[in-house]
Write a protein that binds this ligand. Structure first.
Ligand code: PLP
Length: 395
């Protein structure tokens, strides 16, 4: 098939590949435990579902404004502003069907062919993939275990040039669970102001943070006008399948994002947006309970991972991923990489994990091997899955 050339530059999200493998194996009757996809196992809270059902019964089933319902944009402006200590105007909010379309739109609206885009590596694959798609030059910003999976400021300084158009940050981070400190954010902000580039701050895990206080780079001086905050409902409200997210950005850019939405999807599902108003403005005890449970699962998973010979796992500070160093285990088993370990664990232990290289190519000088395990699953699954892994690693 003769596809457009740009399609050869578009990547994918390999965690979905693992999910497809798991589904196939389950069809053959295998009892697979999966730590693959980053999807909370909790049900969407009842108050949110009730608001959606009510909206449907009231026939709220027609097109909505392309920017998003004013009621939702107002609620987002208020609550997202409170979380970040910022004043946000509803006209600075654009609602979309998930965070991903806002990431896509940010790149489409701002990045030209040949522009340089810096992305965290390991990191969420969409940033690099879509930047390549539009013909940008993508530059990998290494995140190091010894730095709690933050970047080296000196490395970043050397990367920034007059051509730098955008940097992606994601804190708390997928896949490492790392969190950028205020100092890290200030380093980026200083460069962004000096070189006049955009920051896309993916804050989808902003409330799944265990010890630190959440800081948005947009709240630092001179940053609101050059930051696109992306955040949404998938993780914190366990609403992955509803498809609801938003971006917060300068009003002038918001208007351009709306134009992209008009062309791509007209608007976001009306009754889902009404449920979103309830999610963000209603009772927050369910999401708080979920975060408390994630903390327990994190502690359990990290403890059990560190009891496996050849695994060593730092304590993730946020999100719901553990990212153990598995270099020694690979060596002991004669496996060349974490990809081989992923296949070995799936084959021998019936447990799905995701190898580091699914989150970007290895950086120069990076010799260690890692896997990602999502602990958005029950404590029983964590115990059973890790017991199975331990058995096949220490055989
Ligand atoms: N950003 C990050 C860092 C994620 O981990 C994910 C989902 O895994 C998303 C964005 C996508 O979110 P949504 O489901 O709202 O499109």
């Amino acid at each position: 098939m003769q596809l457009a050339k740009r399609m050869s530059r578009l990547g994918t999200e390999n965690a979905y590949e693992v999910a497809a493998q798991v589904a196939k194996l389950r069809l053959t009757g295998k009892d697979i435990i999966t730590f693959g996809l980053g999807e909370p196992d909790f049900d969407t809270p009842e108050n949110i579902k009730a608001a959606c059902i009510k909206a449907l019964n009231e026939n709220q089933t027609h097109y909505a404004a392309s920017a998003g319902l004013l009621s939702l944009r107002k609620a987002v402006a208020k609550e997202a502003g409170k979380l970040r200590g910022m004043d946000i105007d509803p006209d600075e909010v654009v609602v979309g069907p998930g965070v991903k379309p806002i990431i896509f739109g940010s790149i489409m609206a701002l990045v030209d062919e040949g522009d340089e885009v810096i992305y965290p590596n390991p990191g969420y694959p969409t940033y690099e993939s879509v930047s390549n798609f539009v013909g940008a030059k993508t530059i990998s910003l290494p995140l190091w275990e010894k730095k709690g999976f933050a970047f080296e400021a000196e490395t970043l300084k050397k990367m920034v040039t007059k051509k730098t158009k955008m940097i992606f940050i994601n804190s708390p981070q997928n896949p490492t669970g790392g969190v950028l400190s205020k100092k890290d954010l200030e380093e980026i902000a200083t460069l962004a102001r000096k070189f006049n580039f955009w920051v896309v701050a993916d804050e989808i895990y902003g409330r799944i943070l265990y010890d630190d206080e959440f800081i948005s780079i947009a709240s630092l001086p001179g940053m609101k006008e050059r930051t696109i905050i992306v955040d949404g409902f998938s993780k914190i409200y366990s609403m992955t399948g509803w498809r609801l997210g938003y971006g917060i950005m300068p009003g002038e850019l918001a208007a351009q994002m709306v134009k992209l939405q008009i062309n791509a999807n007209s608007c976001t599902n009306t009754f889902v947006q009404i449920a979103g108003v309830e999610a963000i403005s209603g009772d927050q005890s369910e999401p708080e309970k979920m975060v408390a449970e994630f903390r327990k699962r994190r502690d359990l998973m990290v403890k059990l991972l560190n009891e496996i010979k050849g695994f060593s796992c730092h304590i993730p500070k946020g999100a719901f991923y553990a990212f153990p160093n598995v270099t020694e285990a690979c060596k002991a088993l004669g496996l060349k990489s974490a990809i081989e370990l992923q296949a070995y664990i799936l084959d021998k232990a019936d447990v799905a994990v995701v190898a580091r290289t699914y989150f970007g190519p290895k950086n120069e000088g990076e010799t260690d091997e890692y896997i990602r395990l999502s602990y958005a699953t029950s404590q029983e699954n964590i115990k059973e899955g890790l017991a199975r892994i331990k058995k096949v690693i220490e055989k």
